[in-house]
Ligand binder design. Structure first.
Ligand code: G
Ligand code: G
Ligand code: NA
Length: 253
């Protein structure tokens, strides 16, 4: 597979890097964490979207190397963020396939501690399909990670089926509401009602809600009125390389 080969070589040639998108805490008005997002600029200078290469990496198994790179780099960068005086957290995406064995999970924890990052500063984002698949091994690993202080977020919440039911059964600290939920709010009253219902369920289950894809002041104000916990999106900031993130954090204070 051509893209797989280019990815494998690209990893060696340092063509992959991370950007960080700030997440704001409505209760304090401060940036409380950032999501690490993987980027790939290939040797010809083309940007290739994770939506394109992550599924290939999952199929071929290269996701393990990629995921290790992402965690390692995020920890290196977060040590800098903490040393610069920002005690914020970082949220890291994990694919279902990466949660296959306890050995990987243990390797992640030792990587985190080697870089002097508290486990409580790390959130792993997993997609809701994993919750619904009811895979015992993965669930065991999620429980283990959480018992060690790592936080868990369900990504793209609302894009699958009957998700709300599953929330009761699984160890979850955050749900990230998919941006399609906000796309026509506040004009679309059905969207507003759905958002409100989700927020109420989350509150009842003591789960924090992060709204994704917040692009306008109107969306921002709606979320604030509805007492959503966190927001992420272009209205706050696009994903930024580390040096720009540090400037952003300084200006935000
Ligand atoms: O950043 P962007 O919107 O292009 O990301 C597209 C998708 O790729 C998102 O769903 C995001 O969760 C996923 N993604 C981004 N970075 C990573 C990563 O480091 N690991 C995994 N597994 N998925 C990622
Ligand atoms: O699936 P996940 O939530 O990980 O995807 C995050 C992706 O969404 C990233 O690729 C990021 O670049 C993109 N993104 C972040 N903020 C916004 C936004 O406000 N609007 C849109 N359309 N995309 C966004
Ligand atoms: Na994500």
């Amino acid at each position: 597979n051509a893209i797989h080969k280019r990815m494998r070589e690209g990893l060696k040639r340092h063509e992959f890097y991370l950007v960080y998108q700030p997440i704001i805490d409505f209760s304090t008005g401060k940036i409380s964490k950032c999501e690490a997002l993987l980027r790939w600029q290939d040797e010809d200078g083309n940007m290739i979207s994770p939506a394109e290469f992550i599924p290939v990496a999952e199929r071929t198994g290269l996701i393990h190397e990629l995921g290790q790179f992402v965690l390692e780099q995020a920890c290196v960068d977060w040590a800098v963020v903490h040393k610069s005086g920002y005690p914020i957290e970082v949220s890291i995406n994990r694919s279902e396939r990466e949660l296959n064995d306890m050995e990987s999970a243990k390797r992640w924890l030792s990587c985190i501690s080697q870089h002097g990052i508290p486990n409580t500063s790390i959130t792993f984002e997993i997609t809701e399909s994993l919750l619904m698949s009811n895979k015992q091994r993965q669930l065991q690993i999620l429980h283990y990670l959480r018992s060690q202080g790592v936080q868990l977020a369900i990504d793209d919440f609302g894009t699958g089926y009957s998700s709300i039911n599953y929330l009761q059964r699984y160890p979850v600290d955050y749900i990230k509401i998919d941006r399609s939920f906000l796309s026509q709010a506040p004009q679309n009253k059905v969207q507003v009602a759905l958002l409100d219902a989700l927020l109420q369920v989350a509150r009842a289950l003591d789960i924090n809600v992060i709204a994704e894809g917040v692009e306008t002041r109107q969306q921002w104000e709606l979320l604030q009125r509805q007492r959503c916990d966190f927001a992420q999106g272009y209205f706050i900031s696009e994903p930024l390389p580390l040096n720009e993130l540090l400037k952003f954090l300084k200006d935000w204070q």
